[in-house]
Write a protein that binds this ligand. Structure first.
Ligand SMILES: Cc1cc2nc3c(=O)[nH]c(=O)nc-3n(C[C@H](O)[C@H](O)[C@H](O)COP(=O)(O)OP(=O)(O)OC[C@H]3O[C@@H](n4cnc5c(N)ncnc54)[C@H](O)[C@@H]3O)c2cc1C
Ligand SMILES: Cc1cc2nc3c(=O)[nH]c(=O)nc-3n(C[C@H](O)[C@H](O)[C@H](O)COP(=O)(O)O)c2cc1C
Ligand code: SF4
Length: 565
């Protein structure tokens, strides 16, 4: 593997609290589901192993709640660490990650006032009886006894983190959860020693740090995740306060500060252009002498520039490492063209038990979707060069098949071409370009401007056919769909969890996104199926022609066809 000197800073090692990280790329805590009643599952092991194998220098597993189920955000898709019964799974997880040369930390959290009582098994706890998220419940204000008990939970959690073989612990004090609620003037209305000015609002966090330090030893790496500022929360934490707090945390023995831009609710920062939040980490970096982690759609190029100018020491890449866990290795070997791009569609949010990704069908199914060499090399004909057809061609070619792709249009991409021209969807073009590059690089023979007919199939005599011709939309409905999509998106002001819905800022009215409108009016198109089945024994359907559900399903069904052929 040749090292790419365009990324000198990103690829350079760093000492973090005694750990020697091989590069500056970090998988931040991304709760991905694949958890069984707080326990690690086999799927979760595969998910993390894939990301460790992909070359990240540090992997932060998370979050694990220190009080199960009361400390959970919602449906039980999060890890738990409030009992030794969780240790065997967590120990295997730490081992699986470390064996690939990545260092591993675990994030501890309590949801506090954003918990949902039906899942949490009781009224949520918070610093004050203040609703902590839109649509949330009025929590119970914690007594001083509750606060002392919470401290013990975090300390015991940290001891288990260490016992399970994790090399560091991150305390989650960001993104609207309990410790963030204590820090936030908007959520913390207490008049005792745990409310009021910053030292008081930070008291619980600082007491937790001190108590953990006492138990895990002076040298065990321990840091905190903070919001650079509290976006979307009027009267919330300011960047100046975060800098001040970071200084306190350094003094208290933290070996790093992980600065996130990810707000509480809504999540609109998640779709801002790459690098929009570098200024947050940069300000914190000026306030402390310990390493600072940065976040915010960090592409390798933006990350390198941020490191170069000294805005941070480590770069967290959340969704990008969901989309392509191998990014660090690809950066190291100069294969940037091969990086599957996160298109910031937010379809990974609000997924319940299992996270999924539009561009990475293997996410959460790492074993099933690993392309193994084909036992018998076949001549595979792919009909249609949209998302489904290209993905099918790519996976089949990776497995060693000889693949020809026919597209009746003049270019590859199918409906992604139009979708990318809709407001806020330009990044779909990145996926289109990536798939087209892979088709090209893998030697797929592409025939543009050619419509496949049963006669053509007869003359080609393929061993297998993948039909990926897209869905059908009756003309009038098509027009109505596009127009209403455009209208709805012109109304867009905030992206909510779940990604596919948009909300009218004034009335909090939920409306459907353009693609939902279109998939509602679209019909499967299986007109070619019967005639081709009569000619070729092995025929697969993929994408909208099978069932019109959007790009995620198109890519995923394309990948399945490529794996099965
Ligand atoms: C305006 C708009 C906005 C959208 N927004 C989103 C969104 O935000 N999120 C989302 O997930 N989805 C969105 N979608 C839906 C998404 O684009 C489609 O679901 C997805 O691209 C379907 O991919 P596919 O490969 O199955 O089909 P298509 O993209 O339709 O590709 C099929 C291809 O087959 C070719 N073809 C057809 N017949 C033949 C033949 N006989 N021979 C050769 N070639 C043939 C066609 O020319 C076409 O290129 C949107 C769609 C539109 C139109
Ligand atoms: C599905 C999903 C789950 C997440 N879970 C957590 C979590 O448990 N703890 C946390 O601190 N951040 C969590 N995050 C936020 C990410 O760590 C990261 O800050 C966010 O995705 C923005 O960074 P990015 O632009 O690199 O993706 C989550 C993000 C996603 C998309
Ligand atoms: S689902 Fe969308 S936003 Fe989430 S990682 Fe995948 S491409 Fe990025």
């Amino acid at each position: 593997m040749t090292s790419d000197n365009r990324f000198e800073n990103l690829l350079s090692p760093l000492d973090l609290g005694g750990m020697r990280l091989k590069n500056r790329m970090v998988l931040p805590a991304v709760s991905a589901g694949m958890v069984n009643e707080g326990h690690v599952t086999g799927r979760l092991l595969d998910y993390f192993e894939e990301r460790a194998r992909g070359g990240a220098g540090l992997i932060i597993v998370g979050y694990a709640t220190v009080e199960y189920p009361r400390g959970l955000t919602g449906p039980p898709k999060y890890l738990a660490i409030d009992s030794d019964k969780f240790l065997p799974g967590l120990t295997s997880l730490a081992e699986r990650i470390k064996q690939h040369g990545a260092h591993v930390a675990l994030q501890l959290n309590h949801a506090g006032g954003v918990a949902i009582s039906s899942f949490a098994g009781g009224i949520p706890l918070a610093p004050s009886a203040v609703i902590c998220r839109p649509g949330g419940e009025i929590p119970r204000a914690m007594t001083v006894e509750d606060i002392q008990a919470m401290k013990v939970r975090f300390v015991e959690g940290a001891q288990r983190v260490q016992k399970a073989g994790f090399e560091a612990v991150e305390i989650h004090s960001a993104t609207g959860y309990l410790l963030n609620q204590f820090l936030s003037p908007a959520k913390n209305k207490r008049t005792d020693a745990y409310g009021g000015d910053l030292p008081n609002r930070a008291r619980l966090l600082l007491e937790i740090i001190a108590a953990i330090r006492e138990k895990v030893g002076a040298s065990y790496p321990l840091w905190v995740r903070l919001n650079g500022k509290e976006f979307g929360v009027p009267g919330g934490i300011t960047l100046e306060e975060t800098c001040e707090l970071s200084r306190m945390l350094e003094k208290a023995g933290c070996c790093a500060i992980n600065v996130t831009h990810y707000g509480t609710y809504p999540f609109h920062q998640l779709v801002e252009p790459a690098g929009s939040f570098v200024y947050l980490a940069e300000a914190v970096k000026k306030a402390v002498t310990i390493p600072v982690m940065i976040s915010g759609r960090m592409t390798p190029e933006v990350a390198e520039r941020a490191l170069q100018k000294g805005a941070a020491d480590l770069v967290t890449m959340g969704r990008q490492l969901l989309a392509d866990p191998e990014l660090p290795n690809k950066v190291a070997s100069g294969r940037l063209d091969d990086v599957a791009p996160c298109i910031t569609c937010l379809s990974c949010l609000g997924r319940g038990a299992n996270v999924r990704c539009t561009v990475n069908p293997a996410l959460g199914m790492e074993k099933e979707f690993r392309p193994a060499p084909a036992p018998k090399v076949k001549n595979v004909l792919v009909i249609g060069g949209g998302a489904a057809g290209m993905e099918a061609a790519v996976v089949a070619a990776r497995r060693g098949h000889r693949v020809t792709l026919f597209e009746k249009g003049k270019r590859l991409g199918g409906r992604m071409g139009l979708a990318a021209r809709m407001p806020h969807k330009a990044r779909i073009a990145d996926l289109n370009a990536y798939l087209a590059r892979q088709v090209n690089k893998l030697g797929v023979q592409v025939e543009l401007g050619k419509t496949v007919t049963p006669e053509l199939v007869k003359s080609i005599k393929p061993d297998a056919v993948v039909i990926a011709v897209g869905g059908r939309i009756p003309a009038l409905k098509w027009l109505a769909g596009v127009l209403s999509g455009l209208l709805l998106y012109s109304d867009y002001s905030q992206v909510e969890e779940g990604g596919r819905t948009v909300t009218d800022g004034a009335e909090h009215r939920q409306v459907f996104g353009a693609h939902s409108m279109l998939t509602v009016v679209m019909k499967p198109d299986q007109r070619l199926l019967k005639s081709i089945q009569a000619i070729v024994p092995e025929v697969y359907l993929a994408g909208d022609c099978m069932a019109p559900y959007g790009i995620m399903e198109a890519v995923s069904s394309g990948a399945r066809a490529g794996l099965e052929v």
